[in-house]
Ligand binder design. Structure first.
Ligand code: TRP
Length: 461
């Protein structure tokens, strides 16, 4: 995708747009993060609040972002300026673009480390580690757990994997060789979906599906804390790739006549379905083996390998699975580095290659904080009250603060700054539906985000 300030090319079809946007949305957030934060926050009630956040707040914010991109037909900061002035308002609204650049940069610093874990797991699967570890049913969960602990406490291994990941992302961004990759992902995403379904069915047969289903869908609000509600809200933004200008960039290429409302719904539904299936694949194994739902970031890596270790051709299936996870993560990582790179090119006037290298180097340096956090280094145990180490701090700061803040600004901007006539024309809705959407953007999204947010930082205690 080019970053000229004014874009004139378009997606070849509605389908191409949906695939690309779903590709940006589906990533580690769905397969790695959603299952473990759901476990940490008690299951069903968390899922319920998460679904509300996706459809009442996430979808309207996504529609708003797409409209801004489409009207502005430009990179996020310029699009914001254009649309704000078009409606007679200040260009300071482009601050939304800056929040996105910062969030993308911080997110990538840990995203690349987790993508590195997935890459390492391709090799674990390929060298038969899963089936070896799972050979003795009495100790299999411990052996698979040890495989994970050995990896995350080995700083040299993590340095290699993370460095390779970031270098590959920088290469793709600077050379602009994304087309081939986008073709590959067009096939790999549906393949990942089918494989995930297959794994879910296998888990249902060998694992405790009933326990998993009850855990995920039995809504018991006594299990949910207000902090958990903020995590659900923040994750809705994270998983849909919102508040980072990415949907503005995609919207800028939207052909005429494509329904913003329908496509946004479809993207959100696809993203949610992948997350729920990932949960339904992981939790039957978790409960059957007596693992802890609250195991944290290692959950994916400590549960599914148990299934791979015991299934026919499991090592092969394990390789396939982690290769696809790496690809899903890699395309997200590219989109994440795109915003700081484009920012440097636009604002600091450096060449694209140089910008990608500078941004990549900065991400690499920051990624050391996450690597050492998992390795348990003493100096990472400072987190300014947000989590227990720097990794948890970065995760909290981005998902729970920066993205919701961006979400408030975008919904207020779309609901109050953009002229309603423009919005109505772009959404192409009947009066009643438009009134609903406008209410969501004007009141439900900003007030909802603010309430959850203020509650979580303890203002109403
Ligand atoms: N949605 C991605 C995931 O679930 C993560 C993400 C957040 C992202 N913001 C993004 C990816 C921006 C690409 C661009 O894994």
């Amino acid at each position: 995708m080019n970053t000229d300030t004014h874009v004139s090319n378009r997606w070849s079809s509605r389908y191409a747009y949906i695939l690309a946007a779903t590709g940006a949305a589906v990533g580690l957030g769905n397969i790695w993060k959603f299952p473990y934060i759901m476990g940490e926050n008690g299951g069903g009630a968390f899922v319920f609040v998460y679904l509300l956040c996706i459809f009442l707040i996430g979808v309207p914010v996504m529609m708003a972002e797409v409209v801004i991109g489409k009207r502005g037909r430009s990179t996020p900061a310029n699009a914001m300026t254009h649309v704000a002035t078009e409606s007679g308002h200040s260009s300071h609204w482009s601050i939304i673009g800056s929040i996105g650049v910062l969030a993308g940069f911080l997110i990538l610093s840990f995203y690349a480390v987790i993508a590195g874990w997935a890459a390492a797991y391709v090799f674990f699967a390929g060298s038969g580690e899963f089936s070896a570890a799972a050979a003795d049913p009495a100790t299999n969960a411990d052996a698979i757990g040890a495989l994970f602990t050995d990896l995350i406490t080995s700083v040299p291994q993590l340095l290699i994997w993370t460095t390779l990941t970031i270098a590959a992302v920088v290469y793709v961004i600077s050379k602009g060789v994304k087309e081939g990759l986008e073709t590959a992902i067009t096939y790999l995403m549906p393949a990942l979906f089918v494989l995930l379904l297959g794994i879910m069915i296998y888990s249902a047969i060998v694992g405790d599906f009933a326990a998993a289903f009850t855990f995920m869908f039995h809504v018991d609000f006594s299990q949910l804390t207000i902090e958990g509600a903020l995590v659900a809200l923040g994750h809705a933004f994270f998983t849909l790739s919102l508040a980072m200008g990415i949907m503005m960039i995609y919207g800028a290429y939207l052909p005429k006549g494509v329904s913003i409302v329908k496509t946004s719904m479809m993207i959100a539904v696809a993203d949610t379905v992948v997350a729920l299936i990932a949960g339904l694949a992981i939790y039957p194994i978790v409960f059957a083996h007596g693992l802890e739902p609250s195991a944290g970031p290692g959950l994916l890596f400590q549960s599914l390998p148990l299934a791979f270790g015991s299934m026919p051709f499991g090592d092969f299936v394990g390789v396939l699975f982690f290769v696809m996870v790496v690809f899903a993560a890699f395309t997200s990582a590219i989109a994440l580095l795109e915003s700081p790179t484009a920012y440097l090119v636009e604002r600091q006037n450096v060449s694209r290659t140089k910008a990608a290298i500078i941004a990549g180097a900065a991400v690499w340096i920051l990624s050391l904080c996450t690597i050492f956090s998992f390795a348990g280094a003493e100096w990472t145990k400072l987190s300014f009250g947000m989590g227990g180490d720097i990794f948890e701090f970065l995760d909290y700061l981005t998902a729970n603060i920066l993205l919701p803040l961006g979400g408030i600004l975008i919904s207020v901007f779309a609901g109050w700054v953009i002229k309603p006539e423009i919005l109505k024309e772009e959404f192409n809705l009947s009066d009643t539906y438009f009134a609903v959407v406008l209410t969501l953007l004007r009141y439900v999204a900003p007030v909802g985000i603010l309430l959850v947010f203020l509650n979580a930082i303890g203002l109403f205690k």
